[in-house]
Design a protein around this ligand. Structure first.
Ligand SMILES: NC(=O)c1ccc[n+]([C@@H]2O[C@H](COP(=O)([O-])OP(=O)(O)OC[C@H]3O[C@@H](n4cnc5c(N)ncnc54)[C@H](OP(=O)(O)O)[C@@H]3O)[C@@H](O)[C@H]2O)c1
Length: 156
């Protein structure tokens, strides 16, 4: 099971501000949707609440230390148990969709195999950042889009 971190990050590594993504780039949302459709997406409670609803045609898994009730969503408090469970299901890939706390956990614990990162032109003000993961990865692809690059990295 490949574990893929997917994110959109400004040049200054900002991914969020006051609970929301500080840009609206429809082509970037489209890229996220097309890449993740049909696969489980895993996110922290703060990110889930910021989206406010499960994303369609994907299995939505939310991480929270507290019991948390949301329709059409699976909630897990222990990331290791979640990964053990998913591993047994023989899934092809899963997507780690943030936010900062969740990305940090997965990188700190050496769990990420691939990173699909949209690098947004310019710097943004923010309070949530993408981890400095690059030293342990090599870039295999960079595609220019309108206002951002989609960069792919594999674990060294
Ligand atoms: N640009 C992007 O691609 C992108 C993607 C996603 C999110 N974002 C942004 O990122 C920001 C949110 O990030 P965030 O770091 O504040 O929150 P987050 O990672 O989305 O969620 C944090 C919550 O996850 C739970 N959690 C975290 N680590 C855990 C662990 N080890 N075990 C069990 N539960 C754990 C806790 O929930 P409980 O408090 O319920 O225990 C914690 O409060 C927002 O601004 C959002 O817009 C940006």
């Amino acid at each position: 099971m490949e574990i893929i971190a997917i994110a959109a990050m400004a040049k200054n590594r900002v991914i969020g501000n006051a609970g929301v993504i500080p840009w609206r780039i429809s082509e970037e949302f489209k890229h996220f949707k097309e890449t993740t459709l049909g696969h489980p997406i895993i996110m922290g409670r703060v990110t889930y609440l910021s989206i406010g609803r499960p994303l369609p045609w994907r299995r939505n898994i939310v991480i929270s230390r507290e019991p948390f009730d949301a329709p059409w969503v699976e909630v897990f408090s222990n990331i290791e148990s979640l990964l053990n469970l998913l591993e047994k299901e023989g899934l092809e890939k899963i997507f780690i969709c943030g936010g900062s706390q969740i990305y940090n956990y997965f990188f700190d614990n050496n769990k990420i195999d691939r990173v699909i990162l949209s690098v947004i032109e310019g710097d943004y003000e923010g309070d949530a950042f993408f981890p400095e993961f690059e030293a342990a990865f090599h870039k295999i692809d960079s595609i220019q889009k309108d206002g951002f690059f989609v960069e792919t990295f594999l674990k060294k």
